[in-house]
Design a protein around this ligand. Sequence first.
Ligand code: MF3
Ligand code: CO
Ligand code: CO
Length: 256
Amino acid sequence: MQVTIKTPEEIEKMRVAGRLAAEVLEMIGEYIKPGVSTEELDRICHDYIVNVQKAIPAPLNYKGFPKSICTSVNHVICHGIPSEKKILKDGDIMNIDVTVIKDEYHGDTSKMFIVGKPKPGTERLIQITQECLYKGIELVKPGARLGDIGHVIQRHAEKHRYSVVRDYCGHGIGKVFHEEPQVMHYGKPGTGFELQEGMTFTIEPMINQGKYQTKLLPDGWTVVTKDHKLSAQWEHTLLVTADGCDVLTKRTEESF
Ligand code: MF3
Ligand code: CO
Ligand code: CO
């Protein structure tokens, strides 16, 4: 397993990329309303990343992905492809996942949005999923193990009778979009890779209202819940520091 430890120069570039990715999520919120297509949201993010941030939208052409962001609506778990045919309607929930490349380094983050007026139960799923991410982040420091993080996320999700998606996970990140290690959102304390200062990786729990099983649609990208119940996800890019971590993709609405 080649886990990379970032140099101070690389960390500075990761901070810049992380901030830009967070700013895209802050920018896009006001455009999300009933009647808007996910393609339109993709276009706004693409143009902002390219023209304002002078950065690169990492998903575009990544292993053949056709768009600049992922838009995962309702029972879509992750990797939803923006489309002019997908028109948001009142009560939909949606994850927008943004990854930018600036000066060769990646920042990767995602957030849940509710379109219009929330349907019963959706706010709770979204909130518990965000708490899963935050509980994972709280444990990040040198000497902690990835199994500790997976365990706390799984325990919180299952306590609320939700399930943790097993088929997709967080990842190391840097010059490479997805590098070692794999960051599972379930596991046993005291097991797995031991964190070291200078590592950068994501935590991005996908939590389902129903069962955890997934299905890949024929487009080769869109991942949905097998039982078609709702799924939520939040993601941050983290840097392991001497005594904890920095959330490189922190938004101004968040306080860590
Ligand atoms: N941003 C996603 C992640 O968190 C990966 C998207 S890959 C894409 O790892 F090709 F679907 F964009
Ligand atoms: Co990621
Ligand atoms: Co992402």
